[in-house]
Ligand binder design. Structure first.
Ligand code: FAQ
Length: 311
């Protein structure tokens, strides 16, 4: 049963009043937000790696500049989100150490390799496309700092999605080899991109409570369907084939039907057994360890400033 305090909190949520860091909130609400926002932050930060893999090999100077800007945007998104986590009473270092130790989750999608330049197109088109569908509703979520961070993030994700689609568009109108490269990237990224919306609704343990708290406003399956419905015509425009023989417009539902997602593969990746999990965590641990001298120098400088002020 809800305490009077919890009931009052729920009433404010129902009235769409934003929750701010200093407001009272149930422990479960705080924990859920810490979980989701930190996973989101880690996803942005680890998500830089698959694309950074192609910065040195981008086919033109202009494409390189665009890709660098995109990867930097992801770092920025990570920073907003780590700051939002801090407002909930956990330190940034602790949040970060949970990623490095492998304790914290981040999105399954970033544990797949980027084998060709077309993968950069496919990630922008499909992964950023999925991210937008998921994040636009979060702009209206009940926790103020998270909702506000998402506004700018979504604007930048739209640019990312367009740049990915434009790469796919160029390749799919190029030579036969280029078109084949684009198709191969779509073949490899399609299923992980629809799985990244999370387990099917009957397996989504957190959805009901998160929806009652207005942290989520739509279920995983609803957002997955929305992404599929908007992406199928885009694939047709590109002249590429989505690798799902069961994909078919359902007149009655007004949606595309789609085939069975390989949930065993998904949960395997979430449990740390995907193709690149080890590589991704090793890269982030290496960056943290190699940055130790810088953190120490910053600390020494701050200590010195404090002493100067005391004098
Ligand atoms: N990967 O009960 P639910 C980006 C876990 S976009 C790994 O349904 P929930 C942009 C889930 O945590 C990607 N684990 O959970 C970019 C839970 O485990 P837990 C990041 C997953 O929270 C583009 C369990 O399964 N976006 O980075 C995944 O209600 C390109 C049960 O699931 C966000 O994080 C998964 N895919 O719904 C950057 C958006 N899905 O924690 C660079 C914010 C589920 O109980 C390049 N997050 N799990 O141990 C959300 O909207 C939600 O957290 C969901 C999951 C929808 C992801």
């Amino acid at each position: 049963e809800m305490s009077p305090q919890e009931r009052a909190f729920q009433e404010r949520i129902n009235a769409s009043i934003k929750v701010e860091p200093k407001d009272w909130m149930p422990e479960g609400y705080r924990k859920t937000l810490i979980r989701q926002i930190s996973q989101h932050a880690h996803s942005e930060y680890v998500g830089m790696l698959p694309e950074a893999n192609w910065i040195t090999r981008a086919p033109t100077l202009q494409r390189k500049a665009i890709l660098m800007a995109k990867v930097q945007d992801e770092a920025g998104h990570g920073l907003y989100l780590y700051s939002a986590v801090e407002t909930l009473g956990v330190t940034r270092d602790q949040t970060y150490l949970d990623l490095l130790s492998g304790k914290a989750k981040y999105s399954s999608i970033f544990n797949y390799p980027t084998l060709t330049w077309a993968d950069i197109g496919a990630i922008g088109w499909l992964v950023d496309g999925s991210a937008i569908v998921n994040q636009v509703p979060i702009c209206r979520c009940s926790y103020g700092p998270y909702a506000r961070a998402m506004v700018r993030v979504c604007k930048e994700e739209s640019f990312h999605q367009r740049q990915g689609f434009e790469i796919m568009h160029t390749l799919s109108r190029g030579t036969a080899a280029q078109k084949a490269m684009a198709q191969d990237a779509l073949n490899r990224w399609w299923w992980p991109s629809i799985a990244m919306h999370g387990p099917a609704d009957d397996q989504s343990v957190n959805s009901a409570q998160s929806m009652a708290w207005k942290i989520k406003s739509q279920t995983n399956d609803a957002l997955r369907q929305k992404f599929i419905d908007q992406t199928v015509p885009q694939a047709e425009f590109l002249g590429l084939t989505i690798p799902d023989p069961d994909l078919k417009w359902n007149e009655e539902r007004g949606h595309y039907d789609y085939g069975q997602i390989d949930w065993e593969d998904f949960f395997n990746v979430v449990r740390g057994k995907g193709p690149c999990n080890q590589e991704r965590l090793a890269a982030r641990n290496k960056a943290w360890n190699e940055g130790a001298w810088f953190r120490e120098a910053m600390q020494a400088y701050a200590d010195q400033q404090e002493q100067t002020e005391e004098l």
